[in-house]
Write a protein of this length. Structure first.
Lengths: 115, 112
């Protein structure tokens, strides 16, 4: 059984550049979530999809952030005009919508460093 | 709003000691789930357990056990006979609609 995968695992970029991360969820999971985790903190919710529909966005998700899940499978998270405050671990998770819903399974994360 | 408090920032123990990680939560929901996740140094969050508020029975899985007490809004996690591989950050979490609200985590250091 393949778990959640994320690519890249690490990204170093200069302030002002755009970056894009990819997440591939567990194949039978139709919910996909993005979280951000800064040092010493727990993950904070950014957004989630059910199939291809983006159903909720946190106010943490400024207009420089955009997420897509065009075919209800993989998802991308893009950050435009990166700022040093965007440096964090970006975590993707997936879950079912019934039965064992709420059990979110996480990928290894993408660690972003903005210099 | 849902809130999770993990007051212990870091705990250090020697291998084979028992250790309890505390979690206190706040919710207005009458039924809810609670979760524990483990984050080893590699960074991936590993799901450990989900408990339903209907079920206050303690649960044991190998060296891990969980004590859920609605009266004190606590969901504590005990590792018996700790091992070096248990070294990680442990998070307690509570669903808020479809997302999880996490505590700030407790870092557990198990030395040989």
């Amino acid at each position: 059984d393949t778990g959640v995968s994320q690519d890249p695992r690490h990204k170093i970029t200069k302030r002002g550049q755009n970056v894009t991360f990819r997440c591939d969820p567990i194949s039978e999971h139709n919910r996909l979530y993005w979280y951000r985790q800064t040092l010493g903190q727990g993950p904070e919710f950014l957004t989630y999809f059910q199939n291809e529909a983006q159903l909720e966005k946190s106010r943490l998700l400024s207009d420089r952030f955009s997420a897509e899940r065009p075919k209800g499978s993989f998802s991308t998270l893009e950050i435009q005009r990166t700022e040093q405050g965007d440096s964090a671990m970006y975590l993707c998770a997936s879950s079912l919508t019934s039965g064992r819903a709420y059990e979110q399974y996480f990928g290894p994360g993408t660690r972003l460093t903005v210099t | 709003a849902q809130k999770v408090t993990q007051a212990q920032t870091e705990i250090s123990v020697v291998e084979k000691e028992d250790v309890t990680l505390d979690c206190v939560y706040e919710t207005r929901d009458t039924t809810y789930y609670l979760f524990w996740y483990k984050q080893p140094p590699s960074g991936e969050l590993v799901f450990l357990i989900r408990r339903n508020s209907f079920d206050e029975q303690n649960e044991i899985s190998g060296r891990y056990s969980w004590n859920f007490q609605k009266s004190t809004s606590s969901f504590n996690f005990t590792i018996t006979a700790s091992q070096v591989v248990d070294s990680a950050v442990y998070f307690c979490a509570l669903p808020s609609f479809q997302k999880l609200v996490f505590g700030t985590g407790t870092r557990l250091l198990v030395s040989p």
